[in-house]
Ligand binder design. Structure first.
Ligand SMILES: [Zn+2]
Ligand SMILES: [Zn+2]
Length: 213
């Protein structure tokens, strides 16, 4: 498994290109915009893109995912159906906060415990509501890597002041669904630098072990 990060949109959202080194087949996770950059990344790696994965329905993560899927001729998997209202809202210029975008219908909605494949790789799907109600996280356990969207950041956590955001759901998602996967899991957040669950358990002021005993 390999992973490359391409920051996209004015929000510098970390779009990930993940691929299987055995089959050279890959997927973009959260291709929210700047599609020219993403096409270039795919060309540069020589990877055949077989699908698009979405963590949640926010514009910087999926505003142009529908357009990109049409250009590439690939399906979209994710997020959880509780984010349907966010994705339908992509047709509303106010919801998009100035970014280009349009709504789409995922080819497959995801739920807790589902598996998504990329080439010969299998990612576990974990439903982590709080930042949005239908947010999912993708974990490749053999590589000890997670792609967590806007659930958890280095030193911070996702905002919960959006419609249907919920702070206690978010804390529960992080401390009961992500941290038990292991301190050694490295994660790619939706924005900013990568980190590990162990580092956040020690130092993150919102979700550290010190805060929750
Ligand atoms: Zn978000
Ligand atoms: Zn974001």
């Amino acid at each position: 498994m390999r992973i490359g990060i391409v920051p996209v949109t004015a929000f510098q959202q970390n779009c990930s290109l993940v691929w299987c080194t055995r089959t050279l087949r890959g997927a973009f996770v959260d291709p929210g915009g700047d599609l020219d950059k993403l096409h270039a990344a795919a060309r540069q790696t020589g990877v055949t893109i077989e699908k698009i994965l979405i963590t949640h329905g926010h514009m910087d993560h999926c505003g142009l995912a529908g357009v990109f899927a049409r250009q590439l001729g690939v399906p979209i998997e994710g997020p959880h159906p509780d984010d349907r209202f966010w994705i339908e809202g992509l047709d509303d210029p106010d919801t998009r906060m100035g970014l280009p975008g349009e709504s789409f219908t995922p080819d497959r909605w995801l739920g807790d415990g589902d598996t998504v494949t990329v080439g010969a790789l299998a990612f576990d799907v974990i439903h982590c509501p709080g930042h949005t109600p239908g947010h999912v996280v993708f974990v490749h356990a053999p590589s000890r890597v997670a792609i967590v969207g806007d659930v958890l950041f280095q030193g911070s956590i996702g905002r919960t002041d959006f419609p249907r955001g919920n702070h206690s759901d978010l804390i529960h998602s992080i401390t009961h669904k992500l941290f038990p996967l292991g301190d050694d899991i490295q994660f790619v957040p939706g924005h900013g630098p990568t980190s590990s669950f162990g580092h956040e358990r020690r130092t993150n002021p919102f979700v550290s072990d010190g805060k929750f005993g």
